[in-house]
Design a protein around this ligand. Structure first.
Ligand code: AKG
Ligand code: FE2
Length: 275
C-alpha cells in the first residue's frame, strides 16, 4: 500500500474500529455487532467513526462544497414511481409529499477531499463488505451518483420513502440546529408483503413503529432502506444539515438514469475534470 492511500487513517477512530485488521477478535466483534443491528432493525449505527480531527476536516471541506450543490424541490410518493391511475384516490401510493434538498455529485469533489478518500479507500470498502456479508462489493460506476454530499437548508425536507437499492452507507458531517432527524419504520414491508395500511399510518403520523437516529457528526450508518420506510424531518434554523452518501452495491456497473441525474444534479453530463 502506498503512502497516499493510507492517509485517511489519521482521521478514523481506529481504536474503536480497527479496520486494518479485519481478522482480529476486536474487529470481528465490531462487525458482528453491526450485523446484529442490521438483522434486528435494518440499521447499523457506528458512532464516532471519525475522530475529532476527522470530523473537523469533514466540516471544513464540506462547507465550500455545499455552496456548489444543485437544489431541487418536487413532490412524489413513498414508492418513487407514478401510481397506477386505477388505484382508489385514498390509496397510500397516491399520497404525495414534498421533497427539497441540495446535492453535490461525485465529480464535484476534489481528489484530496477526505470523504472522497474514505469512499475510494479499499480497507473501508472491505469493512462495509464484511458487515454486509457480501461476496463482493463495488462502488457505483456513476460519475455523479457514486458519492454525494446531501445538503439540507432551512425548511428542506426529505419525504417518507423506500429506497430502490438494498442499502445506503452514510457519514454524517453536520447537523441542523433543529429537525433533520432520520426517522424510520424498521422492516415495515417485505419482499412479499406491502403492508399498505401500516405504511399509510406512518405517513399520516399515526404509527407507533417509528424510531429515529440522531444525526451525530462522524457517525457511519449502514441502512437497509428497501423495506424500511424512512424520511428526514424538516430542517429548522440557519445551519444546514450535511450528510455524505457513499454508493456501494453488490453488483458492478451501477449507473443513474438520465432522469435521476437531471433532477438530482441539474445536468446529465459529468464535469470534464473528473479523474
Ligand atoms: O440524508 C439521509 O440521512 C438519508 C438519505 C436517504 O434516505 C436517501 O438518499 O435515500
Ligand atoms: Fe432513502
Amino acid at each position: 500500500m502506498n503512502q497516499s492511500s493510507q492517509w485517511p487513517l489519521e482521521f478514523i477512530n481506529l481504536e474503536t474500529y480497527p479496520m486494518l485488521t479485519l481478522g482480529s477478535p476486536q474487529t470481528q466483534s465490531v462487525i458482528s455487532q453491526a450485523q446484529q443491528q442490521l438483522k434486528l432493525s435494518g440499521a447499523a449505527e457506528m458512532p464516532l467513526f471519525l475522530n475529532p480531527l476527522g470530523i473537523e476536516r469533514l466540516i471544513q471541506e464540506s462547507l465550500p462544497l455545499a455552496e456548489a450543490a444543485f437544489w431541487n424541490a418536487l413532490t412524489g410518493n413513498a414508492y418513487l414511481e407514478e401510481p397506477d391511475k386505477n388505484l382508489p384516490a385514498d390509496h397510500v401510493r397516491k399520497i404525495f409529499e414534498p421533497t427539497s434538498l441540495g446535492a453535490v455529485g461525485y465529480d464535484q469533489f476534489p481528489v484530496d477531499n477526505l470523504l472522497r478518500k474514505i469512499y475510494e479507500w479499499e480497507p473501508f470498502m472491505n469493512f462495509i463488505q464484511q458487515i454486509l456479508n457480501l461476496p463482493k462489493l463495488y462502488r457505483y460506476a456513476d460519475p455523479m451518483g457514486a458519492l454525494n454530499l446531501s445538503v439540507m437548508k432551512e425548511n428542506d425536507y426529505l419525504r417518507w420513502h423506500f429506497d430502490q437499492t438494498d442499502f445506503v452507507t452514510s457519514l454524517s458531517v453536520r447537523n441542523s440546529e433543529k429537525g433533520g432527524e432520520f426517522e424510520y419504520a424498521p422492516r415495515i414491508r417485505g419482499p412479499e408483503k406491502e403492508n399498505y395500511e401500516k405504511v399509510q399510518k406512518v405517513i399520516k403520523g399515526e404509527s407507533n413503529e417509528v424510531v429515529n437516529i440522531p444525526n451525530r457528526p462522524g457517525t457511519l450508518l449502514i441502512f437497509q432502506g428497501r423495506y424500511s420506510l424512512h424520511r428526514v424531518t424538516q430542517i429548522k434554523g440557519k445551519t444546514s444539515r450535511l450528510m455524505g452518501l457513499l454508493g456501494y452495491a453488490a453488483e458492478p456497473n451501477i449507473m443513474s438514469t438520465e432522469y435521476l441525474r437531471k433532477i438530482r444534479y441539474g445536468r446529465t453530463a459529468p464535469l470534464k475534470e473528473m479523474k
